[in-house]
Design a protein around this ligand. Structure first.
Ligand SMILES: O=C(CO)[C@@H](O)[C@@H](O)COP(=O)(O)O
Length: 249
């Protein structure tokens, strides 16, 4: 007997409804940042079922319905699956990458969001199976080093998800370029994964253009580490910055 959303407590059903709104809105970011053509991309976000929000294999996730154009997407059209990729709620078939997203959520509990695109420059690097070298401070900030290449894998079973996890498990990068296919990104939530998808396309383009006119210069590892630590822990509206402003007020 398959599980349906009605089998979950009201708190989970409410969390699913909120996550449908988030994931539906995040899909508009893919055409906004020119990361996709037609329907060639998808976003998902984990829905923890534990009352304390701790991730577990019992979690659900919300993902795009397969083959639906972004202007047709609504929160109600989003599909809910369990971490085995089984349909829990939805009137349409889930994304063809559902198994890959589910595998990532099962094997990387810290991951709350997954994105897949075929963005042009990142996919061009994937076609050559060449990692994007860390030659920009923005790469050190967001990726902590080179952007790695994952193995060639056919769509539809755990192959792609296994390749994503095996590649990213020991990497600081939130992005992997699956050989001959394109980028998959991860994050603490869907928004973080969409950001990584936008950033991987941006740096893939910049490094491509730079290499047309010469060899980009490497950044020493200790500088990469310093840039990564600052960006991940201090950049933006960090608590430290806010506290300082309050003290000065
Ligand atoms: O790469 C592929 C198909 O080869 C898919 O990721 C892409 O077409 C998006 O599929 P969905 O519309 O999410 O099922």
């Amino acid at each position: 007997m398959s599980t349906t959303l009605a089998d979950y407590p009201a708190e989970v059903r409410d969390a699913v409804a909120r996550t449908r709104e988030v994931v539906s809105a995040l899909h508009a970011e893919l055409p906004r940042w020119e990361l996709i053509v037609w329907t060639a991309g998808n976003v998902s976000q984990r829905v923890p079922v534990a009352p304390d929000g701790a991730p577990s294999d019992a979690d659900l996730f919300v993902i795009k319905p397969s083959g639906v154009t972004y202007d047709e997407l609504t929160p109600e059209s989003m599909v809910v699956c369990d971490l085995d990729g089984n349909l829990v709620d939805g009137t349409r078939s889930p994304s063809s990458d559902t198994a890959a997203h589910a595998y990532v959520y099962r094997h990387m509990p810290h991951v709350g969001g997954v994105v897949h695109t075929h963005s042009t420059y990142a996919t061009a690097w994937a076609a050559r199976a060449e990692p994007v070298p860390c030659v920009l401070t923005m790469m050190a900030d967001e990726f902590g080093g080179d952007i790695p290449i994952g193995p060639f894998a056919l769509i539809g079973d755990d192959s792609i998800g296994r390749g994503i996890v095996e590649t990213l498990r020991d990497s600081r990068s939130p992005a992997v370029l699956m050989r001959n296919h394109g980028p998959f990104t991860i994050g603490r939530d869907g928004k973080a994964a969409v950001k990584a998808a936008a950033m991987v396309e941006e740096v893939a383009r910049t490094v491509h253009i730079s290499r047309q006119l010469g060899e980009p210069l490497p950044i020493p590892q200790e500088q990469i580490d310093s840039l990564y630590a600052r960006y991940q822990n201090v950049y933006g509206q960090s608590a430290a910055a806010t506290t300082t402003k309050e003290q000065d007020a």
